[in-house]
Design a protein around this ligand. Sequence first.
Ligand SMILES: Cc1cc2nc3c(=O)[nH]c(=O)nc-3n(C[C@H](O)[C@H](O)[C@H](O)COP(=O)(O)OP(=O)(O)OC[C@H]3O[C@@H](n4cnc5c(N)ncnc54)[C@H](O)[C@@H]3O)c2cc1C
Length: 223
Amino acid sequence: MEMLLANPGSTERTRVRRIPELAVRDRSALHAVLDAGLVGHLGVADAGRPYVLPVAYARVEETVLFHGSSASRLFRLCAAGVPVCFTVTELDGLVLARSAFESSMNYRSAMVLGHCGVLHGRTKERALRQISEHLMPGRWEEIRKPSAQELKATAVLELPLDECSLKISADGPSDEPADRELPVWAGRLPLTRQWGDPVPAEDLDPAHARIPAYIDRWRQRTS
Ligand SMILES: Cc1cc2nc3c(=O)[nH]c(=O)nc-3n(C[C@H](O)[C@H](O)[C@H](O)COP(=O)(O)OP(=O)(O)OC[C@H]3O[C@@H](n4cnc5c(N)ncnc54)[C@H](O)[C@@H]3O)c2cc1C
C-alpha cells in the first residue's frame, strides 16, 4: 500500500509561525535540502535536559539514516525510542541590511520530529553503505567493509520523514524606507561550500598516490 506522507509544515508542531512566508511545503524541496547537507544536529532530552549533537546522516527515500557508537549516550537514547528533533541547516549567505535589526542570513533549514528505529542485519549494512555514499560517493566499493566486531560497535538508526518542516530564506535586505538613504552598502553576500586540495596521508604508499576520480567529482560540486 502506498504510504501517504504529509507535506512539510502541515502539523501543529511543525507549522512555521515566525515569518511563515519562508515556509516551503514541498517534499521534493525537503529532499533536496537533506541531500545537499553533510551534517545535521540531533536533539534529545536526557533527564529533562536538552542535548543537541552534530551527526553525519543520509536521506534514503522517506527516512534519514544515522550511524554512531552503540555506547554513545545519544545513540542509546535514540535507540530506546525517545522523541528526537533533527535539523539540517545550509547557510547560503549573509543579508547585509542598512540596519542591525534587518541584517540576517540566507539559508535552507529542515527540521524532522519523530522517533528513531534501530536497524539490524542486512538493512543495517545497507544503511552504512548508503550513509557512506551520501558523504563520499564512489568510495564504498574500494574501502574495507565493516568487520563483525565493528558492526557490533556501531548503532544504525532510521528516522522517518513523517513530521517535518522546511524554511528557506533567499531574498536580499528589506530595509525601512528611511534607512535606504543611509550611506551604507546593502545587499547579499552568497556563501558557497568548496572542498580544498586533497592532502595525502603521511603513511600513503607512493604506489597509491593517484587522486581517485571521485574526489575530483566532489571538488567540482559546490553547495
Ligand atoms: C542559519 C540560520 C540562522 C538563523 N538565525 C536566527 C537568529 O539569529 N534569530 C532568530 O530569531 N532566528 C534565526 N533563525 C530563524 C530560526 O531558526 C527560527 O525560525 C526563528 O527564530 C523563529 O523561531 P520560533 O520558535 O518562533 O519558530 P516557529 O515559527 O514558532 O516554529 C514553529 C515550527 O516551525 C518550524 N520551524 C521554525 N523555524 C524553522 C527553521 N529555521 N527551519 C525549519 N523549520 C522551522 C518548526 O517545525 C517549528 O517547530 C535562523 C535560521 C537559520 C537557518
